[in-house]
Ligand binder design. Structure first.
Ligand SMILES: Nc1ncnc2c1ncn2[C@@H]1O[C@H](COP(=O)(O)OS(=O)(=O)O)[C@@H](OP(=O)(O)O)[C@H]1O
Ligand SMILES: Nc1ncnc2c1ncn2[C@@H]1O[C@H](COP(=O)(O)OP(=O)(O)O)[C@@H](O)[C@H]1O
Length: 201
């Protein structure tokens, strides 16, 4: 970091924004294989929170990679930088008082640890959307597993690139065994207490 760049303080603090919103702000991070159900669940949890009047936003892998991170590939270095930028972006959203939901494969434990460190442990909930490669490949929502099998996509998670299961996630939902509604209920139960105003914590 350039030592001539100095942190500036804002007049309005994150806690003042949280109090005005009447809820806490944090990052709800969904990790799992492509096709495991991250986007589906992040979006539906957002709908539930939005309907309760909370300020929310979803950051999603495909969309961020088509914009902010269009220059990055799927090598370990590309993924690391992708996730670092998303964590920094999420940090801004948290500071703005927004409940932020992020759906990214984020396959490596060390990259997920880095995200937690960037946004702060108290602001971070990790949700592991568990599903086997076989189940995700059977769904093949976007036809990417077929392309990976055909060698058209290199470094494809679960086929030709690793996925490390989270060591200590806050929530595990199993999209092979649970319905979408069941998973949403489990997630909502876990995040409810964390969404209270800071003064109520
Ligand atoms: N090689 C390779 N491996 C995995 N995924 C691939 C790849 N190439 C493209 N895609 C598509 O990109 C989406 C994953 O991007 P992410 O930013 O979430 O990946 S990562 O967290 O940096 O690992 C992922 O979206 P999801 O299916 O929603 O997970 C895919 O649609
Ligand atoms: N229990 C479940 N939870 C989440 N998604 C499920 C579940 N059962 C089936 N699905 C389906 O699996 C697919 C998951 O796709 P998506 O949400 O795009 O995954 P990802 O974002 O992890 O790539 C969707 O078509 C969704 O309807």
């Amino acid at each position: 970091m350039n030592k001539n760049v100095i942190q500036q303080n804002y007049n309005i603090t994150v806690n003042e924004r949280r109090q005005q919103n009447k809820h806490n702000s944090l990052l709800i991070w969904f990790t799992g294989l492509s096709g495991s159900g991250k986007s589906t669940l992040a979006n539906q949890v957002e709908v539930a929170l939005h309907e309760h009047g909370l300020r929310t936003y979803v950051l999603d892998g495909d969309n961020i990679r088509r914009g902010l991170n269009t220059d990055l590939d799927f090598t370990p270095e590309g993924r690391k930088e992708n996730l670092r930028r998303i964590a920094e972006t999420a940090k801004l959203f948290i500071d703005a008082g927004v409940v932020t939901l992020a759906a990214f494969i984020s396959p490596l434990q060390k990259d997920r640890e880095n995200i937690k460190q960037i946004v702060g442990e108290d602001n971070f909930i990790e949700i592991y959307v568990k599903a086997s490669v076989e189940a995700c490949e059977k769904r093949d929502v976007k036809g990417l597993y077929q392309k990976a099998r055909d060698g058209e996509i290199k470094n494809f998670t679960g086929i030709s690139a690793p996925y490390e299961e989270p060591k200590n996630p806050d929530v595990v939902v199993n999209s092979e065994k649970q319905t979408i509604a069941e998973s949403i209920q489990i997630i909502m139960d876990q995040i409810k207490t964390k969404l209270e105003l800071p003064s109520h914590e």
